[in-house]
Design a binder for this molecule. Structure first.
Ligand SMILES: [Mn+2]
Length: 360
C-alpha cells in the first residue's frame, strides 16, 4: 500500500505540501490540475509546474486524477477522435514526469453528487457531505449545479468545472437516447484508442465508479456494481486498463460488497489504486460520509484493507473525503485533519494485519 493524499495545487488548496508531508507514512500525492477543461491537452509546462513543487516537498506524484473525458467521446460524436488524440498526448506528457496511474471516470455529464456539502452531524458538531435522493425531487440539474457551486465556499470542486457545466442543458438533451450499451461501446472505442499509448508509456488507466452508485436524472451510468465493473474490465484486455476502487462511491449502495469487489478485481490484477472512506446509511438512498472508523459508518474497513493486503498489496491508496472538524475551513470533503486521521486509521489496520500475518 502506498499512502497518498489529494492536493489541488498551491493556488487552489488550503492544505500545504508541508502539512501533507508531516502526515506519517505519506509517500506522495494523487495530483490534479483542477483548472483543465475536459478535452484539453495537459501541457508539459503545466505538469512540470505542479509536479516539480511536489517533488521539492519530498513527495512522489505517480498518480494523477481527474483527467476528464470530453462528452463527445462518451457520446460518440464526430470530434471524438480529435479529443482522443489530445488525451493520448496528455498520457505521454504525464508519463514523461513519472506518472504511472491516471484516474478518470466515464460518467455522463455529472460526476459525483451530494445534496448538501456540509451537513451538521448533531452528535459531535462536525460537518460532512450528505446525500438524500428525496431532496432531488423537483430540482432541475441546473438548480443542483447552482447549489453545489454555492455550497463549495468558493473552492473549485473536481467534476464540477464551470466550463463543463455551462452547456449542461444541451448536453443532457443529447444524452436522451443514450443507453448503457451504447455508452459502453463508446467506452470500448476510447479504450482501444488509448490503451496502446498507455502500454507504450507504462501508464495504467484507473476507472473510478459512479458516486452515488445509481443512475441520476435519468442519465445512463455504467460503473456502480460488481457486474458493471466486470463489464468494464471486459471492454479491453490489458493490465493497463484497470480500476480505482472507491469504497465510499460503491459503498453508497448497501448491496455492494466492497471487500468482495476488492478481492475479485485485486486477484485479477485489475486494481491500480483505491480511494478509501466510510459511509453511514440513513435510509433509502440517503447517507452521509462518516469518519474512516468502522464503527462510525456502515462499511467493513478492516475487510476492505484485508482484501487489499491479500490480493493487491502494492496499490496506491488515499483517504478519500473527510469531515470538517476542529473548526477547519476548506474545500468540502478535502480538509486536512479528518483525512489525516483517515490515513492513520488505514495504516493502523494495515500494520495490524501485517503483524498478524507475519507472526502467525
Ligand atoms: Mn473516490
Amino acid at each position: 500500500m502506498k499512502m497518498t493524499f489529494r492536493w489541488f495545487g498551491e493556488k487552489s488548496d488550503q492544505v500545504t505540501l508541508k502539512q501533507i508531508k508531516q502526515i506519517p507514512g505519506m509517500s506522495g500525492l494523487m495530483g490534479l490540475l483542477d483548472y483543465k477543461a475536459a478535452g484539453e491537452v495537459w501541457e508539459r509546462e503545466e505538469i512540470a509546474a505542479y509536479i516539480n513543487q511536489v517533488h521539492a516537498a519530498k513527495l512522489e506524484c505517480e498518480v494523477i486524477e481527474s483527467v476528464n473525458i470530453h462528452e463527445d467521446i462518451k457520446m460518440g460524436f464526430g470530434l471524438r477522435d480529435e479529443y482522443i488524440e489530445n488525451y493520448k498526448t496528455t498520457i505521454a506528457n504525464l508519463a514523461s514526469f513519472g506518472v504511472r496511474v491516471i484516474v478518470y471516470n466515464f460518467m455522463p455529464v455529472l460526476d459525483w453528487l451530494r445534496t448538501d456539502l456540509s451537513r451538521l452531524i448533531e452528535e459531535d458538531g462536525s460537518k460532512s457531505m450528505f446525500y438524500d435522493e428525496a431532496e432531488l425531487e423537483g430540482l432541475t440539474p441546473l438548480e443542483l449545479v447552482r447549489r453545489t457551486s454555492e455550497g463549495s465556499k468558493g473552492f473549485s470542486m473536481p467534476g464540477w468545472e464551470p466550463k463543463r457545466l455551462r452547456e449542461l442543458e444541451l448536453t443532457l438533451k443529447q444524452y436522451e437516447d443514450m443507453t448503457p450499451d451504447i455508452l459502453r461501446e463508446n467506452y470500448r472505442y476510447f479504450l482501444n484508442a488509448i490503451i496502446p499509448t498507455c502500454e507504450e508509456h507504462g501508464v495504467t488507466m484507473a476507472c473510478h465508479p459512479d458516486d452515488p452508485a445509481w443512475p441520476i436524472f435519468g442519465l445512463p451510468r455504467i460503473a456502480h456494481s460488481h457486474s458493471d465493473l466486470e463489464k468494464i474490465i471486459a471492454l479491453h484486455d490489458s493490465p493497463h486498463h484497470a480500476l480505482c476502487v472507491c469504497s465510499g462511491s460503491l459503498g453508497s449502495e448497501p448491496s455492494n460488497d466492497i471487500p468482495a469487489i476488492v478481492r475479485h478485481f485485486g486477484t485479477a490484477g485489475r486494481i491500480a489504486c483505491m480511494h478509501i472512506r466510510n459511509v453511514k446509511y440513513m435510509g433509502y438512498r440517503r447517507f452521509r460520509e462518516s469518519s474512516h472508523l468502522t464503527s462510525d459508518g456502515d462499511l467493513d474497513m478492516y475487510g476492505i484493507v484485508k482484501a487489499m493486503y491479500d490480493t493487491c498489496p502494492d496499490v496506491y491508496v488515499r483517504p478519500d473525503h473527510g469531515r470538517m472538524i476542529w473548526g477547519e475551513v476548506g474545500r468540502p470533503g478535502y480538509g486536512l485533519y479528518d483525512r489525516a486521521l483517515g490515513a492513520m486509521y488505514l495504516q493502523g489496520l494495515w500494520d495490524a494485519i501485517d503483524n498478524c500475518t507475519k507472526n502467525k
